[in-house]
Design a protein around this ligand. Structure first.
Ligand code: IPM
Ligand code: MN
Length: 354
């Protein structure tokens, strides 16, 4: 029997609670589809940091690299200064494992309330592919004369042709595999960011013309994209964008698909070890109450299986989440308002796996 080794990183806050439900559903599909998942637990997160002063010990990255995939609950602790865990764990792993794609589907399931007027599941179904290791996130830049009236700081948007190209190729391939209108929209700000924007625009066109003539090329400035995502989300099939723009527009995307309770994400290295996470964070105030929504974690588990090549099992998870929402039994996606506990939502979705 085929088997996969999965590193579990429950992390902080409600991370452990949602991850357990994700694993429950993964195990339900694994037995149906004839593969096995072996798990190993890692306790990286706020608690460990406060005890040991370490975010990710030196040997941890090598340890994690030995797995087929990483499944993460949430990182972020109210007693740790913001930035430390995010940089020391989440961003460190993205960079160290070269997870250069951040995949964030924006999909409205049935009965899920969206703030967009007159829009339903037939309108909201697109994927954002965010470049995940470059741009402003590289940390390049610096500060001088700090604390003086003339202090200066820079944060540089760094992109090289290879980094842009590998992201665009992934996005084109992804668009080809989807069954929508075969359109890859590049989102940037080339009217102002003339150097970096121009690099993305030319690479998008050149790769598309040469290798993906079956895919339509489209371009939006990022400010306009936020407007169109709200006004005409049905237009989008796949969006590809740079790191910071992707960070911003995927929070908007999460809201139009019904909120953080259902927003799943994957940090992907197509040739290496990827990491999947619900993007909602650790939600400290709901911790331990069994009221947080585990659907985002469950959907992230589905994305993990797709990346591992278990497409049928991944589809089965997506279908089960769809059926769970279509049943009307889950009343809301918000913590405490679901009409079910965290555990019950996990049981319910697992029971719907066909
Ligand atoms: C995300 C988060 C992270 C990011 C933070 C926590 C570093 O906002 O995954 O979208 O900016 O990428
Ligand atoms: Mn973000």
């Amino acid at each position: 029997m085929k088997s996969y080794n999965i590193a579990l990183m429950p992390g902080d806050g409600t991370g452990p609670e949602v991850l357990v439900e994700g694993v429950k559903v993964l195990d339900a599909v694994a037995s149906k589809f004839g593969f096995k998942l072996n798990y190993e637990n890692y306790d990286f997160g706020g608690e460990r940091y406060m005890k040991t002063g370490e975010c990710l010990p030196d040997n941890a990255v090598d340890e994690l690299k030995k797995h087929d995939s990483i499944f993460l609950g949430a990182i972020g602790h109210p007693d740790v200064k913001p930035g430390i865990l995010e940089l020391g764990i989440l961003l460190k792993l993205r960079f160290a494992l070269d997870q250069y794609i951040n995949l964030r589907p924006v999909k409205l399931y049935p009965n899920v309330e969206t703030p967009l007027k007159d829009k339903g599941p037939e309108h909201i179904d697109f994927t954002v592919i965010r470049e995940n290791t470059g741009g402003i996130y590289t940390g390049m830049g610096g500060a001088a004369m700090v604390g003086t009236p003339n202090e200066v700081a820079t944060q540089v948007m760094v992109y090289t042709r290879p980094v842009v190209e590998r992201c665009l190729r992934y996005a084109y391939e992804y668009t080809r595999k989807r069954n929508k209108n075969k359109t890859l929209t590049l989102v940037h700000k080339c009217n102002v960011l003339t150097h970096v924007g121009d690099l993305w625009v030319r690479a998008h066109k050149e790769i598309g013309d040469a290798e993906f003539q079956d895919i339509k090329q489209d371009y939006n400035h990022v400010d306009a994209a936020t407007m169109w995502m709200v006004k005409s989300p049905e237009f989008y099939d796949v969006i590809v964008t740079s790191n910071l723009f992707g960070d911003i527009i995927t929070d908007l995307g999460a809201m139009i698909q019904g909120g953080m309770g259902i927003a799943a994400g994957g940090n992907i290295n197509p040739e290496g070890v990827s990491m999947f996470e619900p993007i909602g964070g650790s939600a400290p105030k709901y911790t331990g109450k069994n009221i947080i929504n585990p659907l985002a974690a469950i959907c992230s588990g589905g994305m993990m299986l797709e990346t591992l090549g278990e497409d049928a099992a991944a589809k089965a998870i997506d279908q089960a989440v769809n059926d769970a929402m279509a049943s009307g039994k889950i009343k809301s996606l918000s913590a405490g308002k679901m009409g079910m506990s965290t555990t019950e939502v996990g049981d319910f979705v697992a029971s719907l796996i066909k």
